[in-house]
Write a protein that binds this ligand. Structure first.
Ligand code: ZN
Length: 423
């Protein structure tokens, strides 16, 4: 008999995501492993039992003082994994939007004091506590939307000491928010303004000074690079990522966001864990990603905000046999925290089925950030899950704005952020 701390009953549909090998590709991405009339039990922060409610009483007993909750006939899904964020920054860039919608270009906005370097200036100036408070607020709101794990990139300092400082804040943010955070070194987010005319010297600095310290101090799990004309060339990206691989880090690439950059091809050559964005990827790139097993991390809301009129190639990637994962890409340029909204855009704009979108936001996203035990509801896994007040799993992605009814982190319900934590 299993002794549980928490039992949840009256689950209309439970998407376990627990069937088959990870990541899910092709038809398997459409199979959520749904149990109907289900219940689950949690012990010591992990799922202890998952099954049909009518068999619960023969398998599980609640510990004295344990908690028994009803899901009210709603849906349970695994805690979302947000596979790509730039959530660690200071300030905001709301003032740019009226300029952008009137047609002002990137260079003009930069001259008007905006763009990525505006965030770099604000982040360099911010104290640790200011960065922690602003980022923790964003992460807590992400959590209240059902996100349990978040990949967090550095990249708004663009100095060695500054980037290391950002990475050191990530474990503190994890403790403050209760979320699982995966740190990624993105010193190559852009060439630092001080190196504007000497980009190779900046790559040198990252390879010879920053990366060895990041690896030695265990500050990041992945190294990422913005491989795009005007940022880092394929040659520079390859140099940086090969250095990261040699130091034992996993690698990721911002690839083909605005134009064909060769990033997807490079990701495939290096067997990167993921290639992200991919708005301009061609059929050959999809074939290469499929063949080398690189996960495509798609960011459908950034397609909307940064490349209006271009849609994220969800359908094409799944049909080509590429594993697909999703992220918010939360940044001052494209500020979204809610994974349910990302799911809806993945369905309505990127043309994934609701089931494929949920797979991409859970088990495949967990794979894309190296959290092999996340994104599933199965005995032995961390008990991160969300109850949505809808009758069937396919309502997620179909509807844009379903708000979670209950969010559990390691077996405990979380309370919504307080007003003070909201800002
Ligand atoms: Zn990004």
């Amino acid at each position: 008999m299993i002794r549980a701390d928490t039992i949840v009953t009256d689950i209309g549909e439970l998407a376990t995501l627990a069937r088959g090998p990870v990541p899910r590709i092709g038809k398997a991405a459409d199979d959520l492993g749904v149990l109907t009339d289900a219940a689950l039990a949690v012990a010591e922060g992990r799922f202890a039992w998952v099954g049909r409610e009518r068999t619960l009483s023969t398998a599980v007993r609640l510990r004295p003082g344990g908690r028994r909750l009803s899901a009210g006939g709603g849906v349970v899904v695994p805690g979302f994994v947000d596979a790509h964020t730039h959530v660690l920054f200071a300030g905001d860039r709301a003032f740019e939007l009226p300029l952008k919608v009137r047609g002002m270009g990137y260079a003009e906005i930069a001259r008007a004091g905006g763009g990525l370097f505006a965030t770099v200036r604000a982040t360099r100036k911010a104290t640790d506590e200011a960065l922690l408070a602003a980022t923790a607020a964003r992460l807590l709101r992400m959590g209240s939307w059902g996100t349990a794990s978040v990949e967090v990139k550095s990249g708004y300092a663009l100095t060695v000491e500054g980037e290391l400082r950002l990475l050191r804040l990530i474990p503190r943010l994890a403790r403050r928010t209760g979320l699982r955070l995966v740190p990624t070194f993105l010193g190559a987010h852009a060439v630092a303004p001080e190196y504007r005319t000497r980009p190779d010297a900046y790559v040198d600095l990252l390879v010879k000074d920053a990366l060895p310290r990041v690896a030695k101090q265990g500050l990041a799990r992945f190294c990422d690079v913005f491989c795009e004309p005007g940022f880092f060339s394929v040659r520079q990206s390859e140099r940086l990522l090969r250095a990261a691989l040699a130091l034992g880090l996993g690698v990721k690439i911002h690839a083909e966001e605005f134009i064909l950059s060769g990033g997807a091809r490079l990701a495939s050559r290096l067997h990167a864990v993921s290639a992200d964005h991919l708005l301009a990827a061609r059929a050959e790139d999809r074939e290469l990603l499929a063949k080398s097993g690189v996960t495509a991390v798609l960011l459908p809301i950034t397609a909307l905000t940064a490349s209006p009129g271009v849609r994220s190639p969800g359908r094409e990637m799944v049909d080509a046999g590429v594993p697909v994962a999703l992220g918010t890409d939360c940044s001052p340029n494209s500020w979204v925290e809610a994974m349910p909204l990302v799911l809806a855009h993945a369905v309505h704009a990127a043309r994934l089925t609701p089931a494929e979108a949920l797979t991409a936001a859970t088990v495949n996203a967990a794979h894309a950030v190296g959290l092999e035990d996340a994104g599933m509801v199965a005995a032995g896994r961390p008990a991160d899950f969300t109850v949505f007040p809808v009758r069937s799993v396919d309502q997620l992605g179909y509807r844009f704005d379903v708000i979670p009814a209950l969010v559990f982190r390691q077996g405990n319900p979380i309370s919504p952020p307080t007003l003070r934590q909201y800002f």
